[in-house]
Design a protein around this ligand. Structure first.
Ligand SMILES: C[S@@+](CC[C@H](N)C(=O)[O-])C[C@H]1O[C@@H](n2cnc3c(N)ncnc32)[C@H](O)[C@@H]1O
Length: 201
């Protein structure tokens, strides 16, 4: 369902996210926020540098499923904690962090209310490490707008009515922990990749 909705509703196919974000930016010591079933990481090529993998998710079922599917390839450390909570990962220890299809799940009226996730990523990354990800933004076309309204009402699965691309760009460009920020809007999905800079964030 997620693969189909990415392509046909949000107009940002998953292979594009894998090719533009995961393949160039994932490092040896990586944290995946909201891994879901672990599908994206399972599709990494054999040549991936990834070895030590931290999984951060507040849903124990997602952690159990993704851990069991990824354990045979990587050294997996699951952490049952929210993206806005305190991650039990040493500061400055990771080469990369990613958050694909997670930001729109976080509570808030706009992306600035979700800044805690960006702060947490800055904290665990080493200087030069990469934070990358993708999130569904406000939908303007018929199908995207309908699905967004449905998920923002039904059991509050999504919180992205106020999430805009210009705010996403500002969230990263104003953040003291990141530089060389690249952002891109593909369909209704905002993509980012940002480099951790030296110093406190
Ligand atoms: C739509 S799935 C995305 C799964 C995966 N990243 C992918 O692209 O296939 C959203 C994931 O985020 C997790 N999630 C939702 N809210 C979260 C939060 N506040 N903190 C951490 N994880 C969260 C869900 O449990 C789920 O694993």
């Amino acid at each position: 369902m997620q693969i189909a909705s990415h392509r046909f509703i949000w107009h940002c196919p998953m292979p594009l996210i894998e090719k533009e974000l995961y393949h160039p930016h994932i490092g040896e010591r990586h944290c995946e926020l909201g891994p879901g079933t672990g599908r994206t990481l399972r599709r990494l090529p054999k040549s991936t540098p990834l070895q030590e993998l931290h999984l951060v998710d507040l849903n124990p079922a997602c952690l159990a499923r993704s851990s069991s599917r990824l354990r045979h390839r990587f050294n997996v450390h699951p952490h049952e904690v929210g993206a806005l909570g305190e991650w039990p990962i040493p500061s400055g220890s990771l080469d990369s962090v990613s958050a694909t299809d997670v930001m729109h799940c976080l509570p808030g009226d706009n992306v600035f209310d979700k800044k805690g996730m960006v702060d947490n990523a800055a904290k665990v990354l080493r200087p030069g490490g990469m934070f990358f990800g993708a999130t569904f933004l406000q939908g303007h076309t018929g199908a995207a707008r309908s699905l967004l309204n449905f998920y923002n009402n039904k059991r509050n699965t999504m919180h992205n009515r106020g999430d805009t691309f210009s705010d996403l760009e500002r969230l990263f460009s104003d953040h003291p922990g990141f530089a060389n920020v690249q952002t891109k809007l593909v369909g209704t999905v905002g993509l980012w990749a940002a480099t951790r800079v030296e110093g406190d964030a």
